[in-house]
Design a protein around this ligand. Structure first.
Ligand code: FES
Ligand code: FES
Length: 859
């Protein structure tokens, strides 16, 4: 018999088991999150005898006789203080890591009520956060320490909710205190647990799948293979090439391919049953690089061959401009595969509600994308499936594709019972698309003053086994490849190639992260040739309103790249050796693709309920639309509530991708708010009970093939300059990030995006690499090289608000651009220091690379 106290109450248990499983599943303390079950992320942190520890590393036997405290068990006063402090500084984003942060904070402050900055940073070093960059979390802990020591009482300022105000997020409290549900926190009576058998090899003929032993295991409810898919078996965003399951007689294309799915009474039985499925494979030689996939005679991985997409951007006469240029630089650049490492592994719960009807709870970047895939797979009319989003524990592009949603839906559809399917962290790494590895050849030319005259780019992207969003990623890589500069001659050609690697797809920056590193690095070499500073060459070429971008688009009046450069001039003057990089990034899908934001306001019970499907993966769109509606309608926060995305209730506002939601859904929110305001001018809110007010905004842009010389590629672009200062040892000491955001709807949110993006960009620059061996992950969450609190430098945000456009009060998306210039700015800092070009990521010969053995030796 084991005895311990849990949140002050005595507990006795006869059998040993994992502490995290006990707390989450038996005690139903859902503040304890399962982010990895590998002792790496800290999301499961609890206090044991007052010390913060990771519950997944402990068993009941190990806590025998001890006192365990979770966030649910800390005093009401402390809960209030933490909720206030974290909310006030904007420390919460996706929130998945947050209860663990609160536990680490309490463990520290109980022992040390007035910690130093280093002590706070150290206290959260085992808590991974992929969203915030840790700085706001640290500020929140200091604020909480002060309030607790001084006996201060604070309440969240609930009514500061207009555009430009530092509004506390609508979801902050629930996320912090652990009461808000993520999908894996849900349990339903009679619920089954799903599991998936995945391919052992990146490429193999599947001759036979024998499910008999798995089906016979007690507790297994059903086992399904490809022939059980009632509708469409090939799914995908644009190209339908990704099978729900690989059938007997077909080849696998990567190690994440599903061969069979099953549902059982418990997760443990489900995983044991997967082990019992026998597959007769004929292993075949995989194509693990674009070169192999493009070799003459290479097997076609898909019917149309191994070339997924080609993008060409051409203007002027590059040959002549290069021949006439004073300075020409040609270099090759390589960037690696990168893992999103959102803290919440993929999870879906599908629930049959009545015969032929299914409700699926998901955590993705669009409930409508999930819905489309599921109804296609089931072959049923739209109204038979409802998709509702729970909180989304980070996405960064990695939750745009179906991963678990369709499998959970099919299992529930066929079993008639609720089925939850949650990926282990190892499966998550194996299954979802990564950032495209790219090989890039760059030639840039300029005249004697440093004025850029030509850019030629040839790039190859490894798009892996399935198309995912490889085509659009390639397009954005190419349309942004010449940077935010006025260059009259460009010749850019990119190809995305299918291989037997893990698919590549959307990831914050969407291809631009890669080409920006190459373009900006070549600029540093040109500046040296010309004899001017890296800042000067950028300033002399920076796009201005009325200038023409390399894709032909005329820069609008809100363009503020020069303002971002001027905003960091003082830093450059004080630190001439600092690194610098500029970037631009589209807002909205653009290039003629349909792109619509929709918001419906419903007056219910005296409140205005804001309904939109725009997914919040942590970036804060729910709070942004609330502020915009409050501003447009002249209401206060207490009048408003935001509904979770739900295909039966909230209108389709597209995917949270392409930095589009703040502008596109934001404008729809403004229009809906203004419609409501017109009525409020004549009636009190109470008189509008039951009324609906609708706002819609469609981005109108020109397709790549429009043939127009100055086609409008995107409705807006964000611009940025980041500066990096190294310390004496060559570590990143400070990053100054100047961003043209148009208008900061919520400065807390914008700063949070910048700080988190810079931390992610720093990982991309220095420590992160998703290594693969024979097409399979050769890394774990713990060896990815993710930035922790103790690595994060000081980050200073300088926000430029120049845009006077009416659209969404001038706001432009910041979700992606925040990480794009970071890697080239860091590369520039090392270049400034030692004059060596580092042409691949993660950067070599830095203090951060000393501990990395064997990484990207090919570079
Ligand atoms: S779930 Fe325990 S450390 Fe990640
Ligand atoms: S807020 Fe920390 S992982 Fe998202």
């Amino acid at each position: 018999m084991y005895q311990f106290t849990l949140n002050g109450k005595d507990v006795e248990l006869a059998a040993d088991k994992g502490l995290m499983a006990y707390l989450r599943e038996d005690a139903r303390l859902i503040s304890v999150k399962n982010g990895c079950a590998e002792g790496v992320c800290g999301s499961c942190s609890v206090l044991v005898n007052g010390k913060a520890v990771r519950a997944c590393t402990l068993t009941i036997a190990k806590v025998n006789g001890k006192a365990i405290t979770t966030v649910e068990g800390i005093s009401e006063r402390e809960r209030q203080v933490y909720a206030w402090a974290f909310g006030q500084v904007g420390a919460v984003q996706c929130g998945f890591c947050m209860p663990g942060m609160v536990i680490s904070a309490k463990g520290l402050l109980d022992a040390n009520p007035a910690p130093t900055e280093a002590e706070v940073r150290s206290a959260i070093r085992y808590n991974l956060c992929r969203c915030t960059g840790y700085l706001k979390v640290e500020r929140a802990i200091h604020l909480a320490a002060q309030a607790l020591s001084n006996g201060e009482t604070h309440v969240v300022e609930a009514d500061a909710a207009h555009v430009g105000e530092r509004t506390v997020r609508v979801d902050a409290q629930e996320k912090l205190l652990g009461s808000g549900e993520f999908v894996d926190d849900m349990q339903l009576p009679g619920m089954l647990h799903g599991a998936v058998l995945r391919s052992k090899y990146p490429r193999a003929l599947v001759k036979k799948i024998d499910i008999a032993a798995a089906r016979a295991l007690p507790g297994v409810e059903l086992v399904l293979t490809a022939h059980d898919v009632p509708g469409q078996r090939l799914l995908g965003h644009i190209v339908h090439d990704w099978p729900v399951m690989i059938a007997e007689g077909e080849e696998t294309r990567y190690v994440g391919d599903a061969l069979a799915i099953l549902a059982a009474a418990s997760e443990e039985i489900a995983r044991r049953a997967v082990e019992l499925i026998r597959v007769d494979y004929e292993e075949r030689t995989p194509m693990l690089s674009p070169q192999e996939a493009l070799a003459e005679g290479a097997t076609h991985l898909h019917p149309k061959g191994n070339l997924l997409a080609t993008t060409v951007v051409k203007r002027g006469d590059v040959d002549r401009a290069v021949a006439e240029a004073k300075h020409v630089i040609t270099q090759h650049y390589s960037t690696p595969r990168q893992e999103h490492a959102f803290l919440e592994p993929e999870s879906a719960l599908a629930v049959p509600t009545q015969p032929g009807q299914l409700t699926v709870y998901t955590a993705s970047q669009s409930v409508y994308d999930d819905h489309r895939g599921i109804v296609e797979m089931l072959g049923v009319p739209d109204e038979h499936v409802r998709v509702i989003s729970k909180f989304v524990g980070g996405g960064f592009g990695g939750k745009e594709d179906l991963s678990v949603q369709h499998h959970a839906a099919l299992l529930a559809w066929r079993s008639g019972r609720p089925v939850k399917l949650t990926l282990s962290r190892a499966e998550s790494l194996r299954v979802h698309p990564k950032r495209h590895p790219m090989e890039m050849d760059y030639t840039t030319a300029c005249d004697e003053s440093g004025k850029l005259t030509a850019v030629r780019v040839r790039l190859v992207a490894d798009t892996g086994a399935y198309a995912s969003l490889g085509g659009p990623v390639l397009q954005r890589a190419c349309t942004h490849a010449a940077g935010p500069y006025q260059i009259d001659n460009v010749d850019i050609e990119g190809r995305a190639i299918y291989t037997n690697n893990i698919p590549s797809g959307a990831f914050r920056g969407f291809g631009v992260t890669q080409t920006c590193f190459a373009m900006e690095s070549n600029l540093n070499l040109l500046a040296r040739e010309v004899g001017i500073s890296p800042w000067e060459i950028r300033f002399r070429n920076a796009i201005e309103p009325g200038g023409v971008l390399s894709n032909g688009q005329i820069a609008d009046a809100g363009t503020a790249l020069k303002e971002t450069l001027l905003a960091v001039k003082d830093v450059i003057d004080a630190h001439p050796d600092a690194g610098i990089a500029c970037a631009f990034k589209n807002t909205g899908k653009g290039v003629g693709v349909k792109d619509v934001g929709r918001v419906r306001l419903k007056v219910e019970d005296g409140k205005v309920v804001i309904c939109t499907s725009a997914a919040c993966m942590g970036q804060g769109i729910a709070t942004v639309v609330l502020q915009i509606v409050a501003q447009a309608a002249g209401l206060s926060r207490s009048d408003l509530r935001v509904h979770e995305p739900d295909t039966f209730i909230t209108p389709d506002s597209g995917t949270s991708t392409a930095s589009r939601q703040t502008t596109v859904t934001g404008e729809a929110a403004r229009r809906a708010g203004e419609a409501l305001k017109r009525e409020l001018n004549h009636h009190p809110l109470a008189d509008l009970e039951g009324r609906d007010f609708y706002g819609e905004y469609e981005c109108v842009t020109d397709p790549m093939t429009s043939g127009k010389p100055n086609r409008v590629s995107h409705v807006a672009y964000g611009f940025a300059t980041q500066v990096v200062i190294l310390d004496a040892e060559g570590r990143v000491q400070k990053v100054i990030a100047a961003h043209d955001v148009g208008r900061a709807i919520n400065p807390n949110g914008v700063e949070g995006q910048i700080e988190g993006g810079v931390a992610m960009g720093m990982g991309f620059a220095l420590t992160e690499e998703f290594a693969v061996r024979n097409g399979a992950p050769a890394v774990t969450l713990g060896t990815l090289g993710l930035i922790r609190s103790t690595h994060t430098p000081e980050i200073e945000c300088r926000i430029i608000e120049k845009n006077q456009a009416e659209l969404a009060y001038g706001a432009k998306g910041v979700g992606e651009i925040v990480m794009i210039p970071t890697a080239p700015a860091i590369a520039c800092a090392y270049f400034q220091r030692d004059g060596k070009l580092r042409n691949c990521l993660p950067l070599r010969e830095t203090p951060y690379s000393r501990n990395r053995k064997g990484a990207l030796e090919s570079c």
